[in-house]
Every structure is written in structure tokens, then in C-alpha cells.
Design a protein around this ligand. Structure first.
Ligand code: SF4
Length: 475
């Protein structure tokens, strides 16, 4: 909705709409990502396809028989079966929510299935038995949880630094005791220490030579991958075994020591300069500006992060850079200023002549923890989000000013924030019965965060002072 109560309509791309029709002919719940995309958390043996559904454990007995069970678990095969039958797997609620909104926004089911790593395989998948083992063409892997940051919405299984904090202080005092290790133990999610034998990493290296030729996209995540030796082992393997069809990607917080940053920079230059791969993408994250970003992503140095982005844009212009912004309640006050920083980089480094973009902004919304989701805001705060969408619209790529066509935000980037606006507006109209619990949890989390990390929420987020007190009054 906009301020006068209308839903932001996302202009439909007709080829995408046609594609949606074709996809729905396979089945209205079919999504190629369930077959062709996988994220592997090798630190604790979890897998999911795609990254929206909660990850599930890879049974070791399945893995002993077949290292491809890293992707083709019996559980996942059952979800594929549901999709082929036109039934909605509940784990894909991220997409069903978008599809059930009364707007024309498209879900990731459509966006993902039309990607080059998915679309060419749809017919093949639809004609094969649901329980076939398949090689994914988009693999995202985390070799371990070693990380120098402990972001507010992160989990100990993904950050060694957060794990240390939780081992010392326990979980946060929210109603569900956010991030307490008992829950992790119950769900068998405690990461294997880097010093111990890891059967999932072992299975990965067994599967790797067969998997590698099928890869279109290979993405290494973490923890912080540039602190993990398996990342550099993989990069060296790819340098030795070039694959000109491969899009290689690494997630990095870019706040690593200079030595690792320089090391990876040189490898990227070699991979791209010698044409050993098709492209290299680097994904990095921020969802606010300055001190507010550093509060959300504890351990981040926002200025260093911006400097590193500038270095990458300058020294490897052929690198594809994506900033992922997981929009959450703490993004609200400074997101427009953050967008301005992104715009400055786009304007500085996007070359009109080659149409090459300096960076792409990807904006998912935070779902969990619920106490940090943007859905907990007061209705009057929605106008701030509205103004951020307006700012992006005003700086649409190609906007003419004084006869000059300025670089700016692509409509697909703007649509992602519009989508968040629409979902938030819809949630505020029909607030969740858990809204008060989430708001209480918000303030319980913040107070404990400030206590154990020595931060000061009200000094860092003066714009949210009234909202903080509103939440506090519920306790
Ligand atoms: S339907 Fe949505 S959540 Fe499920 S696998 Fe596809 S993109 Fe992911």
C-alpha cells in the first residue's frame, strides 16, 4: 500500500509473466530451485533448496551410501514430489506469502526458476521420477562457521564469534530464549569443531570431482569464507581445472584482515584475467549506514566495508558485486542514507559505455528472528519505508537530469523494496497475534545486547526511541 492506501503495483515484465504461465503448467507449486539449487552447511551437516526454507539434517547413513545425499536427501525428495503433484510444501511459505498478496509481485519461485542455472532443466526434471538423484547446477557451500562478526540476526552455527558469546552468556532472554544452545543441541545443529573429523566436508570432497562439471554457479559462504582454508583449496582447484561456463561467487563481510583481502583479490584477477571462469560474483551485506550498520552487524567497520567495495570496483571492474540487504526493523532509520551510499558507488563506477553495473542491490526481508522483522513497526513508521521506495524511484537508472542520463537503481532492485513495503503494509493491516510478543522480545533482546556487548541502542538509534519505549511498556 502507499500512504493513501493503495498497493504499489509492480510493473510486470511480460516475458516473466509468460514464463510464470509455462511454469504453472508443470504445476502451480513447481519450483526448479528444489532440484537445481542447494545450500550446504557442512559445519553441522544441514541442507536446503533454496535458501528460504529452513535447512534440514543430512542423515549420515544416507551419506555413507551416497555422497550426493548432501543434496538428494529423502526429505527433499518428498518436497519435490509435492511440487510435482501441485501441492505447496509448507517449508516454502516465503513464496506462498508473496503469491497470496493482492498485488502483482512475483515470488522467488518464478525469479529463481527462470535463472540460467534452472530454466534449461525444467523439462528434464518434470519428466524424471521424483526420487531421482540430481546434480545441482547452483551450489552454495559453507565449509565452517569461523567468523569475525556476530550479527544481531545471526545464529551460532554460522558464526564462531557468536558461538563463543552464547557459550559464555547463554541465549537471549526472549520468550523463545533466542539462540540458546539447548535448542541447537535438540535439533542437532551444533557445529563440528574445525579440529574434529567432519564427515560432511569429507563427503563434499568425494562428490566434488563428479559435481564440478555440472556446476553453473558455485558460491562459497560461511562463517566468513575468506578465513577458511577450504575456500582457498577450492579456488586453487578451479585455477588448475578451468571451467569457462562457471559463475563463481563468494560471500564475504569484507571486514577481514588486509592479507586475506589482497590474497583473494589476486586470485580473482587471475581467474578473470586468464578467462578461467565465466564470471566472479562477490556478495557482501549491509542493511543500514554507519554506526547503525555496525550495531546490526557487530564487528563490522562500515567505512572499511565501503573502502573495500571501492577497491574492488576500481581494481577488478569486471567483478560482479552484489550487496545483500536483509531489510529489518533496524534498517528503517538510516536506509535512505545507505541507499545514497550505494547510489554514489553506482554513479562512480558504472560505465555508461559498457553498460556494466558497479554493483547490484538485493533486498530480501528478515523473517526470523521475529523480534527484528520490520513487521513489528507502528503503522505511522511505514511512511519512512515509503520515502525509501520513493528515493529509489526518483533515482531510477537512466533518469535524465540536465540532458544527462544518470546511472541509478534498476527497476528490479526497486521492486524488491516495493515488495517489502507491500508485505509490511499488509501485515500491519492484519497484525499477527504474536505482535506484542515480538515487540516485547525486541526490547528484551536489545537490552541484553547492550549489556553483553557494551552497545547503546538509544544513542545509536535515536529515531527509534519512541518505538523502544512503546515495546518496553508492554513488559
Ligand atoms: S518455492 Fe520459493 S522458497 Fe521454495 S524453493 Fe522455490 S524459491 Fe525457494
Amino acid at each position: 500500500m502507499n500512504e493513501s492506501g493503495l498497493i504499489f503495483q509492480t510493473p510486470q515484465n511480460s516475458s516473466l509473466t509468460e514464463f510464470q504461465t509455462r511454469l504453472n503448467e508443470v504445476s502451480p507449486s513447481f519450483c526448479a530451485a528444489k532440484w537445481k539449487q542447494v545450500t550446504l552447511h557442512l559445519q553441522n551437516g544441514f541442507t536446503h533448496s533454496c535458501h528460504h526454507p529452513t535447512a534440514h539434517k543430512i542423515p549420515l547413513e544416507e551419506l555413507k551410501r551416497n555422497p550426493s545425499a548432501l543434496h538428494n536427501t529423502e526429505f527433499k525428495k518428498q518436497q519435490r514430489k509435492l511440487m510435482l503433484q501441485g501441492k505447496r510444501p509448507t517449508e516454502c511459505d516465503y513464496c506462498w506469502r508473496v503469491e497470496d498478496t493482492k498485488s502483482e509481485s512475483l515470488s522467488d519461485r518464478i525469479y529463481k526458476s527462470q535463472e540460467s542455472w534452472a530454466k534449461p532443466f525444467i523439462e528434464d526434471i518434470a519428466n524424471k521420477p521424483w526420487d531421482d538423484d540430481v546434480y545441482p547446477s547452483y551450489v552454495e557451500v559453507s565449509f565452517g562457521n569461523l567468523c569475525n562478526l556476530k550479527c544481531s540476526y545471526c545464529f551460532p552455527q554460522f558464526s564462531s564469534r557468536l558461538m563463543e558469546e552464547i557459550e559464555t552468556h547463554g541465549g537471549y532472554p526472549t520468550h523463545d530464549n533466542f539462540n540458546n544452545l539447548d535448542n541447537l543441541r535438540k535439533k542437532n545443529e551444533i557445529p563440528i569443531s574445525p579440529k574434529e573429523h567432519n564427515p560432511y566436508v569429507e563427503a563434499f570432497w568425494k562428490w566434488w570431482p563428479k559435481l564440478y562439471p555440472h556446476l553453473k554457479t558455485f558460491r562459497i559462504t560461511g562463517g566468513e569464507p575468506l578465513l577458511n582454508k577450504n575456500t582457498f583449496k577450492t579456488l586453487d582447484y578451479i585455477i588448475e581445472n578451468p571451467n569457462p561456463d562457471l559463475s563463481l561467487a563468494i560471500n564475504s563481510n569484507l571486514c577481514i584482515p588486509e592479507i586475506q583481502f589482497r590474497d583473494v583479490l589476486e586470485k580473482i584477477k587471475r581467474l578473470l584475467g586468464d578467462g578461467l571462469i565465466k564470471q566472479f560474483e562477490l556478495f557482501t551485506s549491509a542493511e543500514a549506514k554507519g554506526k547503525q550498520a555496525e550495531y546490526i552487524r557487530f564487528g563490522m567497520d562500515y567505512n572499511l566495508w565501503l573502502d573495500r567495495i571501492n577497491t574492488l570496483c576500481k581494481e577488478v571492474p569486471e567483478l560482479q558485486l552484489t550487496v545483500t540487504s536483509t531489510y529489518n526493523v533496524l534498517s528503517l532509520p538510516s536506509y535512505r542514507d545507505f541507499l545514497n551510499d550505494i547510489l554514489t558507488i553506482k554513479r562512480e563506477y558504472t560505465l555508461n559505455s559498457s553498460q556494466r553495473t558497479a554493483l547490484y542491490l538485493e533486498t530480501p526481508y528478515l523473517r526470523y528472528p521475529n523480534h527484528q522483522a520490520v513487521f513489528i513497526i507502528q503503522p505511522e513508521m511505514l511512511k519512512t519505508l515509503f520515502s525509501q521506495v520513493t528515493f529509489m524511484n526518483d533515482n531510477l537508472d537512466g533518469t535524465e537530469r540536465d540532458g544527462v542520463s544518470l546511472r541509478g537503481f534498476y527497476s528490479s532492485e526497486i521492486d524488491k523494496l516495493k515488495r517489502i513495503y507491500n508485505i509490511t503494509a499488509s501485515e500491519l493491516k492484519n497484525p499477527s497475534p504474536d505482535n506484542n510478543t515480538n515487540r516485547k522480545d525486541f526490547v528484551l533482546f536489545i537490552d541484553e545486547h547492550d549489556r553483553r556487548r557494551g552497545t547503546n541502542f538509544l544513542e545509536t538509534f535515536p529515531e527509534l526511541e519512541d518505538f523502544y519505549h512503546l515495546c518496553k511498556s508492554l513488559l
